[in-house]
Design a protein around this ligand. Structure first.
Ligand SMILES: Cc1ncc(C[n+]2csc(CCOP(=O)(O)OP(=O)(O)O)c2C)c(N)n1
Length: 688
């Protein structure tokens, strides 16, 4: 291997990026020009992967957190022999191509996570590293190591500026995630300016303070220095590593070191000059020298050999540890173990009832011992969200005897623990959970108050976009949480979450609906599910006289019906369901035929065939009233033009929860009054 060939490989990929951006007339050439040498050294000498099997279990994970530099990744994937052709590269950013503007998980082989919103990828990477550490601690046995891979990241200034990365890095340092290595493309330039006007802190010192191992490379074109830094990072096993590599954005181009090189095609003239400056043939475009391709394609053979060795190791492991191996295999295929749900309780009818967060705790703790993949935690709210998996260990570096262990969920402090203490870091919690879900072997859950879903929106959206099986638990779901007041009382959050495509939101009415909601959340393995629970107790409905809680699976169902065809339909979710049941009783005493529909999930209901939806909400019954302690936006879809909604389109108040509910119209009297009114106006409209 000669230095010239190394350089040819790097320049081949640099100009694939430049030419693809130029052809698309859109994209980011600056980052690939500057960062390609470090990417090359990493992929050529360090990354453990198998291009012909991008899903190989024990591969290293590579995250391009600076997703705008997507052409850097596509060039690497093509050159190392993934299922991506030169034609795909030429189709960069075009309709239907496999090379979209930013890397998309599930779209391009070899892309581990969807990146582009800066900082998220770094958070995902911490999730990968947590998943690896947890699974290694759980499954590896002395002499039988089957989980042993690293997570590599290329991150940019924008990544390091974003708060989510700070949260995630702080946690990673605390957790001593020694197999996490971040290469920082330290080029002093962002989209709109030099970093001298925005970002002047000592980044190395900052990460050192987080507990990271910090390495500097002064010249991002010095392959030996990069090699030495990556070695140092790999050899450091007890701390994550940050490698600050001083690079030059748009290296070799007339606009080198200028923000102008960041995000626009260079233009024909500057493409030519850049090629000349770096000693590259001006013609043809998309030039791939045979020897460069042949050299980088050796990754395929290496990958096959790495896999073969791993398969041997796994076979020996499976012989020695049959049950563990079977469990691991199941996880690999995202299969649920037989009987995973057999301990989920059935809750007896009880007028006093229990908070759905409380029921959720019981259900989670019935599932978790049988479903090892279920792991997660809260952003410092376990006592409130009730999401601890009791006795299943705390994910943390092992504590020395005698150290303070308050906050423990029992079962010991180690990387095998299934309770992850995220600290007050909602944003990172969401991003980390996405990484864990994108790894294999984990069904991650997160937990906080519903109001703080606002702090998690970006990763929730990405989970939905990239079809990740993450379960979000949100408690304290309405003004009924009470005295904490309007800063803590969600209003528009439900409406906002329901607006996210591919995100299923479920707000169960009582303990038994909560149990079904958890079943759906676990089974719904190709998208995130958001579970919304109450702080306050709600009655456990008497299912011997009402529709079965299993109706939740269909999103909405007839909970309680009169003998006659309904004249009016009351619809509610969550804690307002018992209210409409009580109101219906009272209305029936006046001779009115009332139907109660429990509607815990719009998305599940919308997915039902029209016949089912019409059977629950018959089109002929136009007198409909929806009741939900949140913004009314969107309910008209179900109540129609003649219907009405009791909701809350203003902020809440600091007062006892039951007082709030009463003041804001959530009373049997108000429901009866509005139901009568809606019936009158629907009847009048029908006469017109
Ligand atoms: C959360 C988020 N905010 C804004 C952007 C738009 N954007 C894309 S790249 C970029 C900054 C680029 O600077 P840097 O991260 O240093 O990348 P480089 O210029 O080195 O390519 C911005 C603001 C984004 N992608 N994500």
């Amino acid at each position: 291997m000669t230095a010239e060939l190394d350089q040819r490989c790097i320049d081949t990929m640099r100009f694939l990026a430049v030419d693809a951006v130029q052809k698309a007339d859109s994209g980011h050439p600056g980052m690939p020009l500057g960062a390609m040498p470090m990417a090359y050294v990493l992929w050529d000498r360090f990354l453990k992967h198998s291009p012909h099997n991008p899903g190989w279990t024990d591969r290293d994970r590579f995250v391009l957190s600076a997703g705008h530099g997507s052409m850097l990744l596509y060039a690497l994937l093509y050159m190392t022999g993934y299922d991506l052709s030169l034609d795909d590269i030429k189709q960069f950013r075009q309709w239907g191509s496999r090379t979209p503007g930013h890397p998309e998980r599930g779209h391009t082989p070899g892309v581990e996570v969807t990146t582009g919103p800066l900082g998220q990828g770094l958070g995902n990477a911490v999730g990968f590293a947590i998943a690896e550490a947890q699974l290694a601690a759980r499954y590896n046995r002395p002499g039988h190591v089957v989980i042993d891979h690293r997570t590599w990241v290329i991150a940019s200034d924008g990544d390091l500026m974003e708060g989510v990365a700070s949260e995630a890095a702080s946690l990673a340092g605390h957790l001593k995630l020694g197999k996490l290595n971040v290469l920082y493309d330290d080029n002093y330039v962002t989209l709109a300016a030099g970093t001298d006007i925005t970002f002047t802190e000592d980044r190395g010192a900052r990460f050192a303070a987080y507990g990271w191992h910090v390495v500097h490379v002064d010249n991002g074109n010095d392959l030996d220095a990069i090699d030495a830094a990556l070695r140092a990072a790999r050899d450091e096993t007890s701390r994550p590593s940050l490698i600050l590599v001083r690079t030059h954005i748009g290296f070799g181009s007339p606009e080198q070191d200028s923000f102008k090189a960041h995000g626009s095609p260079l233009g024909e003239e500057d493409v030519r000059k850049t090629k000349q400056n770096l000693g590259w043939p001006v013609e043809p475009d998309f030039l791939v020298p045979d020897d460069a391709l042949a050299h980088m394609r050796k990754a395929v053979e290496r990958g096959v050999e790495l896999e073969r060795q791993w398969n041997d190791r796994f076979a020996q492991y499976a012989q020695a540890n049959q049950a563990l191996a079977a469990e691991l295999e199941r996880s690999l295929h995202s299969a649920l173990p037989d009987g995973w749900d057999s301990d989920i309780p059935v809750f007896p009818a009880d007028a006093k009832g229990m908070a759905t967060r409380e029921a959720s705790s019981k259900v989670m703790n019935a599932i978790a011992p049988k479903l090892p993949a279920l792991t997660g935690g809260s952003a410092d709210l376990d006592p409130s969200t009730k999401t601890a998996l009791k006795g299943l260990g705390d994910f943390n570096p092992p504590l020395q005897a005698g150290e303070d262990a308050q906050g423990s969920d029992g079962g010991g402090w180690s990387h095998a623990g299934r309770n992850i203490h995220f600290g007050v870091r909602e944003h990172a919690m969401g991003a980390i959970a996405n990484g864990m879900a994108a790894h294999f072997g984990c069904i991650p859950y997160t937990a906080t108050f519903l109001i703080f879903s606002d702090y998690m929106r970006p990763p929730m959206r990405l989970a939905a976009l990239s079809k990740l099986h993450v379960i979000h638990v949100f408690t304290h779901d309405s003004v009924a949480l009470g005295e904490d007041g309007p800063t803590h009382q969600p209003i528009e959050q439900l409406a906002g979450l329901r607006a996210v495509p591919n995100l299923t939101v479920i707000r169960p009415a009582d303990a038994n609906e909560t149990a079904v909601a958890w079943r759906v959340a676990i089974e719904h393995c190709d998208a995130p599910v958001t579970l919304v629970f109450t702080r306050q107790a709600v009655p456990t409905l008497d299912r011997s006289r009402m529709g079965a809680a299993d109706g939740l699976r269909r999103g909405a169902y007839v909970l309680d019906d009169g003998d006659a065809a309904p004249a009016v339909i009351l619809i509610a979710s969550g804690s307002e369901v018992h209210l409409i049941v009580d109101a219906a009783h009272r209305l029936r005493e006046t001779g009115l035929a009332v139907r109660c529909v429990s509607m815990p999930s719009w998305e599940l209901f919308d997915a039902q065939p029209p016949e089912y939806r019409d059977s629950v909400l018959p089109p002929t019954v136009r007198a409909r009233l929806a009741v939900e302690a949140g913004a009314t936006q969107g309910w008209s879809k179900y109540v129609g033009d003649s219907g009405d909604v009791i909701g809350i389109d203003h902020f809440g108040a600091s007062a006892p929860g039951d007082v709030n509910m009463q003041k804001f119209g959530f009373t049997v009297e108000e429901v009866c009054r509005r139901a009568q009114a809606v019936l009158s106006s629907a009847t009048a409209a029908a006469r017109r």
